[in-house]
Design a protein around this ligand. Sequence first.
Ligand code: FMN
Length: 375
Amino acid sequence: MKHAFSPVTIGQLDLKNRFVRSATYDGMAERSGMVSEAQIALYRKLAEGEIGLIVTGIASVHPTGRISAFQNRIDGDDTLPGWRRLAQTVHGHGGKIAVQLFHGGRESWIYQKAKRSMAVAPSVVLNDPYCDAEYREIREAEILELVGAFAGAAARAREAGCDAVQLHAAHAYLFSQFLSPAANLRSDHWGGNFDARLRFLEEVYRAVRKSVGPDYPVLVKLGVADGFSGGLDFTEGREAAIRCARLGFDAIEVSQGLRGKRYAETEFRCGIRKREDEGYFRQWAREIHAAVSVPVIMVGGIRSPEFAEEVIERRETDLVAISRPLVQEPDLIARWQSGDLRPATCISCNRCFDAILKGDALHCAMEKETSVPAP
Ligand SMILES: Cc1cc2nc3c(=O)[nH]c(=O)nc-3n(C[C@H](O)[C@H](O)[C@H](O)COP(=O)(O)O)c2cc1C
């Protein structure tokens, strides 16, 4: 385990090992969007668990992108005391923390509708088999407002003492909607060809960089291919990663873009039971690692210390990120470090995800079961 437990630097940020807690929404914020006591307790456990870098769950940068009442906000200075306390808690237990900056785009539609607002997206796609949201096309002035909102949120993360920010440009959400030819049908300079579809992410990066300064780590979780054919393909996704690295992002976590219909076509796949099933985005991470000169973070079904060690030793990635296993075992990395090298107990059944969709706080919903069929 000498590679996985060796230190690494992201931009100016020194990390004690190569393990990242991949961003995990917990549905535990106060209804006001503030950091809650339950979150302080959760992050204390994660920091005690020897994770090198903890990425928070999705933090909303603008009211139009909020997806749930129990989601953290970072869209106003009123949220600063909570973020400050969270950062201090993590630091007090030897950890580092990055805030994941988020806008849900059309995926925010249920919450927006409840608030009598209409969700926004790059374009309205008619008869979309992968999305039955109610939403409208975002106007250019609103796009520019969001660019500023991301910059303001990043400045707040820095002011609160958090160590980094990560732009959530993966999965089903606004950045992925802009990048995907299946979701972005615009004919102005925010859509159409690849350069135009990438523009929103690039403009947000530039504004964020300006607001946090040259030394603050700005990461991206990038969806490099959609989960269905006809969407973003990996050739373009790889090019997007290269452009992100050149632009100045300090690290790239490699994930999927828009979701298909089944779990097998999403970023959280089921049924990871043997070594061969681990690291289902391994190939993408490996190819991007070979093409960029900033640290790459591999995510998706990493469950054993041997796998983590192998992909780092072989230089397929610089870091590995883990989400679901840490729901059940927040001390997993400490356990591996202590020499107990059994794989994570998580069986990737996704009941933790199903539970938060129903509005529950994050928890492992199958503690005692041993096998659950994949949906
Ligand atoms: C309950 C739950 C919440 C998640 N929340 C987020 C999130 O807030 N931001 C994000 O980028 N990914 C989120 N993800 C995806 C994970 O970060 C990760 O990319 C995915 O689960 C694959 O990693 P794993 O196999 O280690 O779980 C979430 C996943 C789950 C199961």
